[in-house]
Design a protein around this ligand. Structure first.
Ligand code: FAD
Length: 398
């Protein structure tokens, strides 16, 4: 029978890989995608939901077109992987086999690293909203319920984490909402890093100009605990801060299925791959297992972004199709990334980079002269950002 490819995770990396496996094989390769969610809910632009400029429905992308392309979708969760038998066990009890396996499970939030956070989260008091969906709506509701004059506290973990500019974009958009609707309110950002991890100068300028008196940014503050009522955060050196809405982002690591399968050994958190084909380094190449997206121990200066997951997916899909067809490829891939950040409902900034295959180092390194950031926020960049998500959506789910 024909070789089968199993893709685990229908987010930005996995959906794009499934789609490109069908395209690169001229629709010949049987591709199964396992994903528990009914649709892809986009993290990109989900900070706009917090400010009221988008709804979650705007960011919910169905899998129908992907299925019409011939991808078989299984709505389930993989609970175990048997690399010898090449078989995935599903939460429902079923099993799925593979000749090649692609995993793009995203990140897990390490709430256990902040005292009291698991309980405060379970009680719905301290949210993360770092996976778009119901928590995004719940955080929006907390902000709406907050009185004018209230304090929103956002804590940022040490890098690396999903979406380097994401927390700072969130600070801008919550400030935009306050400025319009609750002008006496404050946004306090406590960052474990010495400065914003991405677009530092641009974000600081926006806070100083557009959100003076609203956003207060404090570097080198690492959150270590939250109170039972979810209204107070404690930092490493013993300082405390009260909040009306507390949004604590803990450390992150590769998704559970990668960790449980012994594929997330780097610093005990991330998955290592051979970047030429994104095959898992912790298994022999002949195992045919590939990993993508945020779960990876990234190459130098490579962000955990949807754009990057999209690029990983295409390289891995090409490698899988070539390997199954017996084609000799001699690839030297070049990947691109752009991360747009909205600073209000109609202005955005960006950072862009080009990552070329570096054969001697067997990784991707930033191509000199290929990177850049905006001069400042503009309406044109907001239009590009709106176009970007349409392109990415088309690439992932068709
Ligand atoms: P995901 O997209 O999270 O997909 C993982 C999928 O795997 C999920 O659907 C999950 O349900 C599924 N899964 C996990 N475990 C299993 C299992 N055992 N069995 C089956 N399925 C499983 N990136 C950008 O490029 N631009 C942006 O503007 C941007 N903005 C962002 C804003 C915010 C607020 C956030 C939080 C992120 C943002 N990102 C942005 C980052 C982007 O969302 C991630 O980099 C991207 O989602 C990574 O793709 P992924 O495939 O690795 O993970």
């Amino acid at each position: 029978s024909r070789a089968r490819v199993l893709v685990v995770g229908g987010g930005w990396g996995g959906a794009t890989a499934a789609r490109y496996l069908r395209l690169f094989s001229d629709g010949q390769l049987p591709v199964t995608l396992v994903e528990p969610d009914a649709a892809l809910v986009s993290c990109p632009q989900s900070n706009l939901v917090l400010a009221g400029h988008r709804t979650l429905a705007d960011l919910t992308f169905g899998y129908d077109a992907l299925e019409r392309l011939g991808v078989r979708r299984v709505r389930d969760r993989v609970v175990a992987l048997d690399f010898d038998r090449r078989e995935a066990r599903l939460a429902s009890g079923g099993r799925l086999g593979w000749d090649k396996l692609i995993l793009s499970p995203g990140v897990e939030l390490m709430r256990e690293r902040v005292d009291g956070l698991q309980a405060a989260h379970a009680a719905g008091r301290v949210l993360q909203a770092w996976k778009a969906g119901p928590e995004t709506a719940a955080l929006r509701a907390q902000l709406e319920a907050m009185p004018n004059g209230g304090v929103y506290v956002l804590t940022v973990p040490l890098a690396p984490f999903r979406c380097p500019p994401g927390p700072y974009e969130r600070a801008c958009l919550v400030a935009d909402y306050f400025k319009r609707m609750k002008p006496k309110s404050k946004v306090l950002v406590f960052d474990a890093n010495p400065e914003p991890v991405s677009k530092a100068a641009l974000f600081k300028a926006v806070w100083a100009n557009q959100y003076a008196g609203i956003v207060d940014y404090r570097p080198n503050f690492k959150a270590v605990g939250v109170s039972a009522d979810g209204r107070e955060v404690e930092f490493e050196l013993g300082e405390r801060e009260r909040a009306d809405v507390l949004n604590v982002l803990p450390d992150m690591r590769a998704g559970d299925i990668a960790a449980q399968s012994g594929l997330a050994k780097a610093n005990g958190r991330w998955c290592e791959v051979d970047f030429l084909d994104f095959s898992a380094k912790d298994l022999p190449k002949s195992a045919g297992v590939h990993l993508l997206g945020d779960a990876l121990l990234a190459a130098p200066l490579m962000p955990k972004s949807a754009h990057m997951a999209n690029a990983h997916a295409k390289v891995a899909a090409a490698a899988v199709v070539a390997s199954l067809a017996g084609w000799e490829l001699n690839p030297a891939p070049v990947l691109t990334n752009t991360c747009y950040s909205w600073v209000d409902g109609s202005h955005a900034i960006h950072v862009a980079s080009v990552h070329g295959w570096n054969a001697p180092q067997r990784t991707f390194t930033v191509v000199p002269g290929g990177s850049g950031v905006s001069v400042g926020p503009s309406e044109a960049e907001a239009q590009y950002a709106a176009g970007w998500i349409e392109s990415m959506r088309g690439e992932a789910v068709g």
